[in-house]
Design a protein around this ligand. Structure first.
Ligand code: 475
Length: 820
């Protein structure tokens, strides 16, 4: 099959150099690192396209049921290394570049992160794509091609600054623009009754039209010929001209007005877990949803002439409620554009969608004002009313006139300020399945968040515990550990069957294996040490215990509790004699994460971290015994350096607040021990690797409501009060600025129960120190963490979705006769 590009070193070199000359228009004998990166990326893209084309052709021939994963966020990170590994061409590229005088490792760093997501929800979507491709599922992702991704964070004097992430500045070699794949998207206007073929139909008329243009991003699987697609939509002015304004002579104004269409896909909203009722955000959601559903219908109609088979051919997963307008949009297209009856359209629609909930925080639940929806999407608002009317009528058939129940479950909420559409209820009614992302979370959905819906339709509720891709998060970002694991497990099959890691248990106490294990950790810590110095100027010792908490800054995640324990440790060091100090375990505490730009408290927490760091890091009494650093601009690429180097990582949210957490899984895989609460997926991690191999503390989720109700009467431990007073008294300067942080956890406040968990947390931290002194014991626990993390592969999660929710099966094209 010589139509495939060859992958020997010479051929690879030739294709890189050709791209230097013909794509980048540079001199083929003289180009810099960035140009070398770009040329290498373009030549990898050529190979991805071959595999993409043949995979898609195979899917078309076989026509299996497909799944479409719709998400407003995909936090992809970099692609070069991932593609080289997945296509199994890394050695050839390393050598080809070396001979040209470039180092692959250096070039890899030239790539900008694709940061089209906020945090957990967006990264989960990206891990899912990797697992769907690797397992040969006929799957596509759909989202938005934001021009500005997640803002870049700098921290000056402890204050967060946000900088625009204009990531497409120097082009994006990983995407394929498809100018011919575009759909019209309408906003505003009104609904008109028209008679067509003797039937009265609703027509959405007038308003503004823009177009959605497709950009395809090939997603290669590991060790398979399958490459699936992530299709991202970009907003462009529609081709139709508004003749009216042209004829009035205002030609330039008319063009400028059109150009504004492009703003719809321009920026990712950086608000994580809070709902903001912004019109542009609503338009983004509808833009993505409408383009996607039109695309799915077009593909379906290529080989069908009725919609009868639609639910047997199409499954759509909604990543949270953000894309839930897909439900009224499919109904609208079926009824208004394709002439189906309301009944038939509903019958089809209700079999297609399923949705995932990602949060237990009530602030995050989307509720759009009816007025706004009526203005932006008048026909959809009508359809939502019809869905609700049907839902409430069915309910009254079953339950009689229970008006309290109607009020609680209605899709429309009546408030004193007007009516709101509860998007979670719309999704609940329109989907055949809803799932939580960890066992405890899925239970909370049934008991606390949606008890009425659970009672009405218990069969809809499922759990799908999250996972992460062990390819990016272990095999590729920690190559030394990968090789050590493969040497013991007799090869690299564990990279697609992570349960095989169990076999490492045998070596948990083997001194030679332990020594190798520790040596790898030390090397990884040295790399992180460099990153810390580069980004913060602080020099830390690689011999200290590396203790890490990296995630979005949020009160419920309790970075503040972490800082309090650092202050506790600092006080202890200050009070200790030189002999006592010799017995202490040196620690580097790393905190990182972005605060939503409008989240004042989170920004103050960052300031506190930096203020405490400033004091501690410059105190000569302390030396290497304690360092506290805030790593700015935490993102996928820095996580790839941080995770392999961590020895202890903190997942300490108040029980019942973190839906799952996924970084805990990445850390555990890399042999990092977890200090954490019985919250989210920590609970299942404890089941798999054993509580005795973790440091668990604090109230559990059943206690939390009781503790909250008793909060006013609770007396915090004296030391907790002392730390609050220390901050208020200016021990770390900035007392006025930091007072609101203290107020939030003091004097009857403390919604997240820091004071309640404080002592047990300190106990757990002391146990960490004691354990670390016994390096053999620590290493055993570390190996057991990796060995017990097999369940947390996103491959397992995706298999469960495919079987229990989507009803789809792998569709693997035959291996090409490609000489790789
Ligand atoms: C949970 N983001 C984690 C992770 O399931 C969980 C909300 C609104 C707008 C934009 N982003 C969001 C989230 O809700 C989110 O990231 N949730 C997280 O989803 C994956 O592991 O516990 O907090």
């Amino acid at each position: 099959m010589d139509r495939y590009l060859r992958n020997d070193v010479m051929s690879v070199q030739e294709s890189i150099v050709n791209h230097v000359e013909y794509t980048m228009a540079r001199n083929r004998y003289q180009f810099d690192d960035f140009e070398a990166y770009n040329a290498a990326a373009f030549s990898v893209r050529d190979r991805l396209i071959e595999s993409w084309n043949d995979t898609q052709q195979y899917f078309r021939e076989k026509s299996p049921k497909r799944v479409y994963y719709m998400s407003m966020e995909f936090l992809m990170g970099r692609s070069l290394l991932n593609s080289l590994y997945n296509l199994d061409i890394k050695p050839q590229y390393t050598e080809a570049l070396r001979q040209l005088g470039y180092e692959l490792e250096t070039l890899v760093d030239k790539e900008r992160d694709a940061a089209l997501g906020n945090g957990g929800l967006g990264r989960l979507a990206s891990c899912f794509l990797d697992s769907m491709a690797t397992q040969d599922l006929p799957a596509w992702g759909y989202g938005i091609r934001y021009q500005y991704g997640m803002f870049r964070q700098t921290v000056n004097d402890g204050f967060q600054h946000e900088h625009p992430d204009y990531w497409l500045n120097f082009g994006n070699p990983w995407e394929i623009e498809r100018p011919y794949i575009s759909y019209p998207i309408k906003f505003y206007g009104g609904v008109e009754k028209q008679i067509i073929d003797g039937h009265e139909v609703n027509k959405w008329v007038g308003g503004e039209d823009i177009s959605a243009v497709a950009y395809d991003n090939p997603i290669p699987g590991w060790n398979t010929p399958t490459t699936i697609n992530l299709r991202l939509w970009s907003a462009k002015p529609s081709r139709e001209f508004d003749l009216e304004s042209f004829n009035t002579g205002d030609y330039v104004q008319a063009i400028l007005a059109k150009q504004r269409a492009e703003t719809i896909s321009s920026v990712l909203y950086p608000d994580d877990r809070t709902y903001q009722g912004k019109e542009l955000r609503l338009k983004q959601q509808y833009f993505m949803v409408s383009a996607t559903i039109q695309d799915i219908i077009r593909r379906y109609l290529v080989n069908h002439d009725s919609f009868d088979e639609f639910p047997n051919q199409v499954a759509v997963q909604l990543n949270d409620t953000h894309p839930s307008l897909a439900i009224p949009e499919l109904l609208r297209l079926l009824i208004d554009e394709h002439g189906l009856s309301d009944t038939k359209a509903w019958e089809i629609t209700s079999k297609v969608f399923s949705f995932t909930n990602h949060t237990v925080l009530v602030d995050a639940l989307e509720k759009w004002p009816v007025d706004l929806l009526e203005k932006v999407l008048p026909r959809h608002m009508q359809i939502i009313y019809e869905i609700n009317w049907k839902f409430i009528s069915d309910l009254s058939q079953k339950r009689g006139e229970d008006f309290a129940l109607f009020g609680r479950t209605s899709i429309i909420e009546e408030t004193t300020e007007g009516k709101l559409v509860r998007m979670a209820h719309l999704a609940m009614v329109g989907c055949h399945t809803v799932n939580g992302v960890a066992e405890v979370h899925s239970e909370l959905l049934k008991t606390r968040m949606f008890p009425d819906f659970y009672e009405l339709a218990p069969e809809k509720f499922q759990n799908k515990t999250n996972g992460v891709t062990q390819r990016r998060w272990l095999a590729f970002s920690n190559p030394a550990l990968r090789d050590l694991i493969s040497s013991k497990l007799g090869g690299d099959s564990w990279i697609r069957e992570l349960d095989m890691l169990h076999d490492l248990d045998k070596y948990a106490e083997d001194p030679e294996f332990q020594a190798q294990w520790r040596a790898i950790k030390l090397e990884n810590k040295k790399k992180l040490t460099k990153l810390i110095e580069e980004k913060t100027g602080t020099v830390v010792s690689p011999n200290a215990l590396f203790d890490i908490q990296v995630k979005r800054i949020h009160e419920y995640k309790r970075q503040l509790l972490n800082v309090f324990s650092v202050i506790h440790r600092y006080n202890k060091i200050k009070a200790a004699t030189p002999e006592e100090r010799k017995e202490m375990v040196p620690r580097v505490v790393v905190i990182g994460g972005k605060a939503a730009p409008g989240y004042d408290m989170a920004k103050r927490i960052i300031k506190l971290v930096c203020a405490v760091g400033e004091k501690v890091n410059n105190d000569p009494d302390v030396g290497d015994l304690l360092k506290l650093v805030f790593i700015p601009d935490y993102n996928v690429s820095s996580a790839e350096v941080i995770v392999p180097a961590a020895e202890l990582s903190q997942h300490i949210s108040t029980a019942g607040t973190e839906a799952s957490g996924t970084s805990n899984m990445k850390f555990a895989m890399n042999g990092c021990l977890i200090i954490g609460t019985m919250d989210g997926s920590n609970v299942e991690i404890a089941e798999e690797i054993g509580k005795r191999n973790m440091f668990i503390f604090g109230a559990n989720s059943a206690d939390v409501p009781i503790l909250r109700s008793e909060r006013a009467r609770f007396k915090p431990p004296p030391e907790f009060d002392g730390i609050v007073e220390q901050i208020r008294g200016g021990a770390f300067d900035w007392a006025d600025f930091l007072n609101p942080v203290c107020d939030a956890v003091h004097g009857g406040a403390d919604y997240y129960l820091l004071a309640n968990d404080f002592e047990d947390y300190i106990r757990a931290q002391d146990l960490v120190d004691e354990t670390y002194k016994d390096q053999a014991k620590w290493t055993t626990m570390s190996i057991k963490s990796t060995a017990g993390s097999g369940k947390f592969s996103s491959d397992r999660t995706i298999r469960e979705y495919a079987k229990d929710i989507w009803g789809i099966e792998p569709c693997r094209r035959p291996e090409p006769g490609n000489p790789r």
